[in-house]
Design a protein around this ligand. Structure first.
Ligand SMILES: NC(=O)c1ccc[n+]([C@@H]2O[C@H](COP(=O)([O-])OP(=O)(O)OC[C@H]3O[C@@H](n4cnc5c(N)ncnc54)[C@H](O)[C@@H]3O)[C@@H](O)[C@H]2O)c1
Ligand SMILES: O=C/C=C/C=C(\O)C(=O)O
Length: 501
């Protein structure tokens, strides 16, 4: 292990100073044009230092990725890659505690959440796409020709080449591996740009890649910000053959502009303003449990999370009261403590944004059913970016609080009387990522699911994932789908071969 690599291990073991170098061509690279601070959002303390890549370092990473395509990786079989990906999955699980600690320090998310979702999914993503690549088929046609001999057409899938993977901070390991795993399964090489807020697990994964026998240059990581920094240098780099991005819709627009030069394909998983529709015939306990998770899990920082809750009028009062109790039962505090159920927001800057929506809701005369401010916490958590889980009622459908993605632990409750009207309200938004429907009437569930304008519709559940299914958003929530065969489609180019017989 290089000394930089061992400093990653030290970082994840809680020693200071923590440093998260870039990972280029199988080596940890500590240089950068500047260094930026890595803040623990649960305390506000600086816990690490991260080099910011300049354009030369990004260029070196992209060239390493390009060169690796010409090496053994480019000649590897699907079986060989699948076997290596399974070793990567095993490597993550073997270092579960290091990944868990790194993710919690970066995000402040409660241990109970990260240990059940983020880290196991980080490993599962590699296993699922190892399976997927081994079962991939393509099409073939026998074609008639005038001479009677015919022709055979068949398609083969080839890797696109170098894939830029640009990631957000809310589920860092999960969302990064969701893209890296299928890209590698298909034989591409990647350059990852993790969020500047959460550099740790992408760096740590470099060690796992080396140990699993992934050849140098196949997996690379460059740190930095977006605009005029590593993100922009990477997505504008002419040797990048495809860009996969998860993040805000506005950033997605900038990335599409970058991708237009050179006509590179993009896969965009963007923001949402997701609705829950709770019918009076639902199983109320299950609906409350699901909506509580959808609104408050990860402190509301889940793209699939619910911020608009439409409740049929006969159960509106009971639902409101019980959701209030559920919000008030959440326990903020030390994310490493098993009793903690609510972490902080990712940063003080993000808390400032969310608090502006809290103030706007009050100014517009919303009824504040729960929360609305900052919780009282003992040191050192009083320095963190904690915020109260918040519920409003009585807001206009035109309010920015009802229309814009807040990305905090908050929702607006709205009563409804009529299926058509609630569908119209739910669809009246530029986003179209996810929705949940709560009802015992399956005919109604099918009807509403077919009319709600989203990429992902859950009935009597939320964030119930089968990684073979198409995942992505409609309208301004994204372009394309990933998951199962859909990931294979994005991460490969389809070549038709026509043989005249
Ligand atoms: N649809 C989904 O699957 C999904 C999943 C998770 C998060 N999200 C969305 O992500 C957002 C939260 O994450 P965020 O705040 O990190 O998003 P963000 O768009 O601010 O940043 C995401 C990444 O893009 C980089 N970036 C920023 N500007 C760039 C530019 N001009 N060129 C290249 N890279 C650039 C950032 O450095 C970061 O790595 C929310 O909107 C959320 O809904 C969507
Ligand atoms: O915050 C958004 C969560 C996205 C989840 C996934 O991409 C997934 O489960 O594959």
């Amino acid at each position: 292990m290089t000394s930089a690599a061992s400093s990653v291990a030290a970082a994840c073991a809680g020693a200071t100073p923590r440093r998260y170098p870039h990972f280029i061509a199988g080596r940890f690279v500590p240089e950068g044009r500047t260094e930026f601070e890595n803040i623990n959002p649960a305390t506000g303390a600086v816990v690490g230092l991260v080099p910011e890549a300049d354009s030369a370092l990004v260029d070196a990473a992209v060239r390493a990725a390009r060169a690796a395509l010409d090496g053994p990786w480019g000649r590897s079989s699907e079986q060989e890659r699948a076997a290596i990906l399974r070793k990567v999955a095993d490597g993550i699980l073997a270092r579960f505690d290091a990944f868990l600690e790194a993710e919690i320090l970066d995000t402040g998310k409660p241990r109970s959440l990260a240990s059940h979702i983020d880290i196991p999914r980080g490993a599962a993503n590699f296993n699922v796409f190892a399976d997927q690549v081994l079962t991939l088929s393509t099409e073939a046609f026998r074609t008639a020709t005038p001479d009677g001999a015919g022709a055979l057409n068949y398609a083969i899938r080839v890797p696109r080449g170098v894939i830029a993977v640009v990631c957000p901070w809310n589920l860092p390991l999960l969302l990064m591996t969701w893209k890296v795993a299928p890209a590698l399964a298909c034989g591409n090489t990647v350059v990852v740009k993790p969020s500047e807020e959460t550099p740790a697990t992408a760096t740590l994964l470099g060690e796992v890649m080396n140990a699993a026998g992934v050849p140098p240059g196949v997996y690379n990581v460059v740190h930095g910000r977006g605009e005029d920094s590593a993100g922009e240098y990477l997505t504008r780099h002419p040797l990048v053959n495809g860009i996969t991005f998860t993040g805000e819709t506005r950033t997605g627009e900038a990335i599409m502009r970058a991708a237009a030069t050179g006509v590179r394909p993009v896969s965009l998983e963007l923001g949402g303003k997701n609705a829950a529709i709770v019918f009076a015939d639902c199983d109320l306990d299950k609906a409350l449990e699901g909506v509580t998770r959808a609104v408050f899990a990860n402190c509301g920082q889940v793209c699939l999370g619910t911020e608009r809750v439409y409740v049929e009028r006969p159960i509106f009062a009971a639902f409101t009261e019980r959701l209030r109790l559920a919000a008030q039962a959440l326990r903020p505090g030390n994310p490493f403590d098993a009793a903690t159920t609510l972490g902080p927001l990712i940063s003080h800057a993000h808390r400032g944004k969310v608090l502006r929506y809290y103030a706007q809701a009050r100014a517009e005369g919303a009824e504040v059913v729960a929360g609305g401010g900052i919780p009282d916490l003992p040191a050192p958590y009083d320095g963190g970016a904690f915020i109260q889980p918040t519920i409003w009622a009585g807001l206009s459908e035109h309010s920015p609080v009802m229309r814009e993605e807040i990305f905090g632990p908050c929702c607006t409750l709205v009563p409804f009387d009529d299926e058509d009207a609630v569908l119209a309200a739910a669809n009246d938004n530029p986003y179209g990522l996810a929705a949940t429907i709560w009802t015992r009437d399956l005919a109604r569930a099918h009807r509403v699911a077919s009319r709600i304008e989203v990429g992902l519709c859950w009935v009597n559940s939320w964030f119930l994932r089968d990684l073979r299914t198409p995942f992505g958003g409609s309208k301004q929530s994204g372009i394309g789908r990933e998951g199962g065969v859909h990931s294979m489609e994005f991460y490969t180019d389809l070549r038709n071969v026509c043989i005249k017989l």
